[in-house]
Design a protein around this ligand. Structure first.
Ligand SMILES: [Zn+2]
Length: 318
């Protein structure tokens, strides 16, 4: 078992490490785990401070996350589809344990989403009102400041409960958060808003030339220090690479073009289409565990069960 010693006090570390030496624990210092994490000690008791630091350390722990997302708004004029998509990069061990949830409801919008077994809520998806969602993991030096906030996955599900874009933004913005995340939220008819969120701040990105792309680092200021690019520098090229792949085809973006962009291998194995890196220890290996392309006008979600270079997309509707 790995245990994080969430202290930067060298004297304390010198005392604590020998005391725990006989236990079968893999001790990791906070500097090894998250060197830029600002540990806060503003609780009223030692217990409060210990818990706060444990939460901050835990909030930094999703650092191997990946994901490349995009949204494309059709040019002005009749026809055209509002499209969003994502390659969901996560631990190799999660592959095969994801599923598509189709919920037909009365009184609230029916929806279809992709998520992982055992997780409440729902991740990327679309509902019958044409509201859709894809997202990216982000990490900030402020993560963990606000304990016990509404979980990320519950916010995702509430986005898919919305009937209009304005309602869909509120689950992300209305209350403080524990962790950072990026939400690409769209509505049929060509509305797209990208919300970068950290514990106490949200910022908005709007399409440039009809396109938004995002990966795993903050693109706007005010969120503290952006951390994932330090652990996974590949995030810095994936966001631009996805834009370059989509841009020439805006207005005539076929399914085949989108699949080709999602299956891109520049920078492999940490490409847009990610495959496990055999040089990493098995529990740390990541891959594209699922890929989605969502047509908000048609209310359809196309899902590949694994890297889209090797897995056909299957279409799910409501
Ligand atoms: Zn691939």
């Amino acid at each position: 078992m790995k245990v994080v010693l969430a202290s930067r006090n060298r004297g304390k570390l010198k005392e604590i490490v020998p005391l725990l030496a006989d236990l079968a624990l893999d001790l990791v210092t906070i500097d090894e785990l998250a060197p830029d994490c600002e540990l806060r000690e503003d609780g009223a008791t030692f217990e409060d401070n210990a818990l706060a630091k444990a939460r901050q350390a835990a909030a930094q722990r999703h650092a191997q996350d990946g994901c490349t997302s995009f949204a494309v708004v059709p040019p002005p004029g009749p026809g055209g589809s509002t499209l969003i998509g994502q390659n969901w990069d996560w631990l190799e061990g999660v592959h095969g344990h994801t599923f598509v949830l189709q919920a037909r409801r009365k009184g609230q919008p029916s929806f279809v989403c992709l998520t992982e077994a055992g997780i409440a809520g729902g991740k990327m998806g679309v509902n019958e009102c044409g509201i859709g969602l894809v997202e990216n993991g982000l990490a900030s030096s402020h993560d963990g400041r606000n304990p016990y906030c509404k979980p990320f996955h519950v916010r995702c599900r509430e986005v898919l409960d919305a009937e209009r874009l304005e309602q869909a933004l509120r689950p992300v913005t209305d209350t403080p958060r524990t962790c950072s995340a990026n939400f690409v939220i769209g509505a049929a008819g060509g509305e797209i808003v990208d919300i970068e969120s950290s514990p106490d701040h949200v910022s908005y990105l709007h399409p440039e030339d009809g396109i938004i792309t995002h990966s795993n680092h903050f693109l706007s200021a005010g969120h503290g220090e952006s951390l994932l690019e330090k652990i996974s520098p590949n995030t810095l090229h994936r966001v631009d690479r996805m834009r370059h792949l989509l841009e020439p085809h805006r207005g005539a973006l076929s399914f085949a073009r989108m699949r080709a962009a999602a299956a891109d291998h520049l920078g492999a194995p940490f490409a847009i289409c990610r495959h496990p890196d055999p040089s990493q220890p098995e529990p740390k290996r990541t891959m594209t565990v699922g890929a989605v392309l969502i047509d908000l006008e048609a209310r359809t979600m196309h899902v590949a069960n694994g890297p889209p270079c090797a897995n056909d997309y299957v279409t799910f509707g409501l």
